[in-house]
Design a binder for this molecule. Sequence first.
Ligand code: BG6
Length: 492
Amino acid sequence: MSFDLILFGGTGDLAWRKIMPALFQAFRHGSLPEGGRIVGVARDDLSDDQYRALIKARFDQVELAKRPSEEEFSRFAALLGYLRMDLSNPADYAQLAALLQLRPADVVVMYVATAPGLFTTVCEQIAAAGLNGPQTRVVLEKPLGHNLESNRAINETVRSVLTEQQIFRIDHYLGKPSVQNLFALRFGNSLFEPLWRREHIANIQITIAEELGVEKRGAFYDSTGALRDMVQNHALQLLCAVAMEPPINAHADAIRDEKLKVLRSLKPWTPETLRQHAIRGQYAGGTIDGEAVPAYRDEPGVNPDSRTETFVALRTEIANWRWAGVPFYIRTGKRLAGRDAHIEVNFRPAPHAIFNSPLACSNVDNRLVINLQPKDGLELHLLAQGADQRQGGTSRGAPTLAPVQLDLDFDKRFGSERVGAYERLLLDVIAGRLNLFVRSDEQEEAWRWVEPILDAWRHDTAGPRPYTSGTWGPSASSAMIAKDNYCWSEES
Ligand code: BG6
């Protein structure tokens, strides 16, 4: 099967940080179908060779194991080409059409990795140039809009020229091996399913913590913020994966129907819950890995008086039979104490205690931790009789148990066969598999749920709470969860 992949935004940050390295990995693994062309599109005046040189230079910055050798790069470079386009100029799409007609491919992937403001223009122009045939698939990067209304407007325009089957809304978290393992854990094994409900689960915590700041994306991030950048998409998709009902089969719509139901069941916000259960923060200067780092407001491209949040902690509930009353906590932020993304499922304590619990958060003894990054694996935390208790406790009181854990390291187990998130998703687009892509109704529902938070924060003069870089965010986040008598994992 031959394919053409047209990468709009071909010189942008995303192209060289994620998309090109992922395409190269797919190439290296021999999974890219034969007969492919990859065409970078941008405004810069570059020849094919200059574009290849640009990508080669960028590859020197990716991690060593993922860097191509000279020989590998020259083979990969044979697939690469470049087209200069002004994306608002219809005549330039005619040039693209001419290029595609030179060698008609079985599949044409249009990857729109541009500034979000251009998404609809690109889709409309693709259609106007007659490039939206049945072989065409369009990949749209997030964020798709900045609120429900703008998201709907984009979806409407895109749907007016393409069918839903042709639209691949990417959320790279869904491509992470650990997220697919969560589906495998839940729907390929029967062990946890009977426990996966309110009767046995006390709370669920989703953490996506980054050490990095806003890097070179200050201007974009300042008009976006953590709620739009991470919660509306990545964190809510993780929440869906953990809370959804078993789908009737593994088809894209069966999975997406179940995720949609979760989003529809999220408890609506009230003025009270918005005040108590939606915490925002913004990083101040601090130290990360022993190095001083600047405050968010001092980052390039950021307004020095910015009120944009770089940290969010939320508490919500899912109003259905499986989850009623179980708190779901979400937290994400930049410049936190570590790069750590995980989901923690905290089980209810034993109904009658004959032992003492050693943990600070004594109401949670058993937990299942699904690690997304930096490592990818599962931990099952239990309590056991520790060495100091060989005598069987004391005559004066109950023995204290020791925390122990079962550890499954998927990187070790599956090491060399692992496929990264973007690589996996790009191969899925080429193969036409929609399972790990987001449908428009899911996306709209997620916007509907976050919008009251955006509105409340816009009107709240207090602004985000400052937190020192290299910490776990503002103390209000711990206080929020402590009100339920729980704590975040690093505090237990
Ligand atoms: C992107 C956000 O979607 O995800 C970035 O725009 C964030 O701000 C990134 O840094 C995190 O992705 P990952 O895979 O590194 O956790």
